[in-house]
Ligand binder design. Structure first.
Ligand code: ADP
Ligand code: F6P
Length: 487
């Protein structure tokens, strides 16, 4: 094995996640082309692996992925910044149960508090079957990891919650870190999940030596949840858990973005054309922007309701502001997502019908995988709305201020993992508070120039202070310490 080695004791880096750095699709010329995978995990890990080299094991997520990436290793990157990717291919039905039924419809909903308790969730025989598939896919990942020999294993996210303990059983001395890119449900909410699943999840995670979260709130929830395990000793202050003769460390490692890479992307030709598209929408008016996966947890619907309320109360903004909402399609096989986005689009029509006049269209929606447009929007916004119900981190809140050229204001949910780092430079919102979000939109758009500039500087500095390469290195250092002796 020849992965680049960045640690002092020379173990290679092996990352495992469901989604890999690229997915395959047929492009406009009918050719199969690799596209960057969606979401913050991919954005962050590409940067991290380019810095350290290593192997990334991921699922082939579609038929075309399975055909084009289903076997062997693919080398990615330039000389000097190379890493390899190995895709695991699963039976489509098995993968659907693992990804859509358990990961997206159970675990994602659980940790982001997205259920509607009188009606959902319902755990039944179908859940049992899907959970068995979830378990089998985790087994397959743990087998693939084991084949890599001695390494620093970095297992990513809720799709692979069981893999740490499975790998530990195969390789008791392995150095295993697990990182959750999403929130972790607090104890009362966690109890929506049946006890057998709760215990299996916690025991699965505790196979790791180090368990990382983006924010201390999620780490604390996890520690408290672990108190339910009969034989675990949880030390909240030390953020550690004694479990099966080992000490598991819980750490807070807020992820960042690769600022240089993002700036380089903003110099691509495609962004020039996207700038013209954004200007055609804005037409010289103030721009309120949002950029998200088309995702329930991003709180898109309340964002439109708040904008409608803002327009209702602030007639002096009529004709002077445009809301550009960009959505990257996501999880289209999950019915809740389709229904939710339809509701969001109806809310957009309602605002446009009610307030639009002449050439002023109050909201424009872009729906598609269009990173160039996201970049052009970042540069141009006057206010960026990031109001998730709950979010592990939210990288849009970091990318926007990094590229913005107008001292634009960030409106940020207090329940985003990015809030502890960025909140004091942002306009804070409680995501369920539509009235308060309408106030925040007004405050953001009417903030005096000096204050806007001060906050924009603060945001840029906060993002730059937290370097992405340090994110992986801090976890590897924690792994080395964990291996050095009992806690
Ligand atoms: P999540 O991980 O939940 O999707 P984040 O905000 O952390 O949320 O990360 C989203 C990532 O996807 C960001 O890097 C963002 O720039 C990128 N992105 C957002 N919209 C698009 C789009 N339309 N096309 C491509 N990438 C996008
Ligand atoms: O960042 C959280 C995350 O869930 C990642 O785990 C995931 O890759 C990303 O958002 C996008 O979701 P999906 O992979 O389901 O499209």
């Amino acid at each position: 094995m020849t992965h680049t080695d960045a640690t002092s004791d020379r173990r290679p880096l092996v990352i495992a996640s469901n989604r890999g750095p690229a997915s395959f699709a047929v492009d406009e010329h009918g050719e199969v082309a690799a596209r960057r995978g969606a979401g913050g995990l991919v954005t962050a890990l590409i940067g991290a692996l380019q810095a350290s080299g290593g192997l990334w094991i991921a699922s082939a997520m579609s038929e075309i992925d399975r055909e084009h990436a289903g076997s062997g290793r693919i080398e990615i990157g330039d000389p000097g910044a190379r890493y390899s990717v190995r895709y695991l291919a699963f039976d489509p039905g098995e993968f659907h149960a693992f990804y859509n039924e358990v990961s997206n419809r159970v675990l994602w909903m659980l940790h982001h508090c997205l259920w509607d308790a009188p009606r959902t969730p319902v755990f039944d025989a179908a859940t049992t079957r899907a959970w068995n598939a979830y378990r089998r896919v985790n087994v397959a990942f743990s087998e693939a990891l084991e084949e890599e020999g001695d390494a620093d294993f970095l297992i990513q996210d809720y799709h692979l919650s069981l893999a740490p303990a499975m790998l530990r059983a195969r390789r008791p001395g392995a150095r295993i870190a697990y990182f959750s890119h999403i929130p972790f449900a607090g104890s009362e909410h966690f109890r929506v999940l049946p006890r057998r699943y709760r215990l299996e999840l916690l025991e699965g995670l505790l196979g790791a030596d180090v368990i990382g979260f983006h924010a201390s709130a999620w780490a604390e929830n996890f520690l408290v949840d672990c108190r339910e395990l009969p034989r675990a000793t949880v030390n909240l202050r030390a953020r550690s858990i004694r479990w099966q003769g080992r000490t598991v460390r819980v750490g807070v490692y807020p992820i960042s973005i690769d600022v240089e890479a993002l700036r380089a992307e903003s110099r691509e030709d495609a962004v020039d054309e996207a700038r013209r598209r954004v200007e055609a929408v804005a037409g010289g008016r103030a721009l309120l922007l949002r950029v998200d996966r088309a995702e329930l947890s991003k709180n898109i619907l309340r964002g439109f309701l708040a904008y409608e309320r803002f327009l209702e109360r602030c007639a002096h903004w009529h004709g002077r502001v445009v809301f550009l909402a960009q959505f990257n399609p996501s999880r289209e096989d999950v019915p809740e997502y389709g229904r939710y986005m339809e509701e969001c689009f109806r809310a957009v029509d309602a605002v446009n019908d009610r307030f639009g006049r002449g050439d002023w269209r109050p909201v424009t929606v872009s729906y598609g995988d269009d990173f160039a447009l996201a970049i052009a929007g970042y540069e141009r916004y006057d206010a960026l709305l990031v109001n998730p119900v709950f979010d592990g981190m939210n990288l849009v809140a970091k990318e926007g201020p990094t590229l913005n050229r107008r001292d634009g204001t960030l409106i940020l949910s207090e329940n985003a993992g990015a809030f502890p780092e960025l909140g004091r430079h942002a306009v804070r919102v409680s995501p369920f508070d539509v009235e308060g979000t309408a106030d925040a939109i007004r405050e953001a758009l009417e903030m005096p120039a000096v204050e806007r500039a001060r906050r924009a500087r603060g945001l840029r500095a906060a993002v730059q202070r937290n370097r992405l390469d340090a994110w992986v290195e801090r976890q590897r250092a924690a792994l080395r310490r964990a291996g050095a002796g009992p806690g």
